[in-house]
Design a protein around this ligand. Structure first.
Ligand SMILES: C[S@@+](CC[C@H](N)C(=O)[O-])C[C@H]1O[C@@H](n2cnc3c(N)ncnc32)[C@H](O)[C@@H]1O
Length: 245
């Protein structure tokens, strides 16, 4: 399957056929033919021209994109976007960049932003690894959010987890000094993996007082996947790491 932006849908078989540019070839997602609702389709047609951004090989000037100078928050994998839009609405002084590969989620998020009258968001429908490497300037982000990433719970799929030593160094490059990488998950084993990768990573400081997990921050709305996990009786772990150098 080829999506409109020429992103080839991946499967276990074709993940090695991509261009050699990116070192990290194993993807954290599998694109499925997502059926768009009429509302999502309509939102994409009406609001993508003003809120959508295309992948480009050089960094965007976000002061120009948003028409002002503001701290930038980037969220990876916002899902249907409800909590992402709620955060942007609650912090109008910040500008929010969302990245999601799932087109129905992008459509839903655009519709939600319009309904809520939120203007301080822009969205990419693309692989976050490529957007970060190509389209985001180094040292430009105040916060990076990764909420309830796909846990890939089978051991043979752990290599697909997005939190990996190389990836967290890409994130560190994109953060300002003092900027924060905030993760949350409802999978204990993934929380432990995040903690292990981040504790070993150079240039980060754990913001948890006990060097483990931080209390759930008040400014993080309940996300769709968090809600699902909570209903299943899962715990929730938040991790916050500051870029120190
Ligand atoms: C389990 S869902 C969580 C969604 C949302 N954060 C929530 O908590 O409800 C993970 C999301 O990450 C997206 N995703 C996974 N890998 C991605 C990548 N490399 N770039 C952009 N989005 C990605 C998936 O499409 C999916 O929507």
């Amino acid at each position: 399957m080829t999506t409109p932006d020429n992103t080839t849908a991946t499967s276990a078989q074709d993940e090695t056929t991509e261009q050699p540019k990116y070192l990290r070839r194993i993807r954290s997602f599998v694109l499925r033919e997502g059926r768009l609702t009429k509302g999502q389709q309509r939102s994409l047609e009406l609001f993508w021209p003003t809120m959508g951004l295309e992948h480009q090989p050089q960094p965007y000037d976000f002061e120009q994109v948003f028409g002002r100078k503001a701290d930038l928050v980037l969220e990876i994998g916002f899902g249907m976007g409800k909590s992402f839009v709620a955060m942007a609405k609650a912090a109008p002084e910040l500008d929010f960049i969302g990245i999601e590969v799932h087109k129905p989620g992008v459509g839903a998020c655009l519709g939600e932003a319009e309904t809520e009258g939120v203007k301080n968001i822009r969205l990419f429908e693309h692989d976050a690894v490529e957007i970060l490497n190509d389209s985001i300037a180094d040292g430009s982000l105040t916060t990076i959010q990764l909420f309830f990433p796909d846990p890939w719970h089978k051991t043979r799929h752990h290599k697909r987890r997005i939190v990996q030593p190389d990836f967290v160094q890409v994130l560190r490059r994109k953060l300002k000094i003092g900027g924060v990488f905030h993760m949350a998950t409802d999978w204990e084993n993934y929380a432990e993996h995040m903690l292990e990768v981040m504790t070993a990573a150079e240039g980060y400081q754990n913001l948890a007082t006990d060097n483990l997990y931080v209390p759930r921050p008040d400014n993080r709305p309940l996300t769709k996947f968090e809600n699902r996990g909570v209903k299943l009786g899962h715990g929730v772990w938040d991790l916050m790491f500051k870029k120190t150098n």
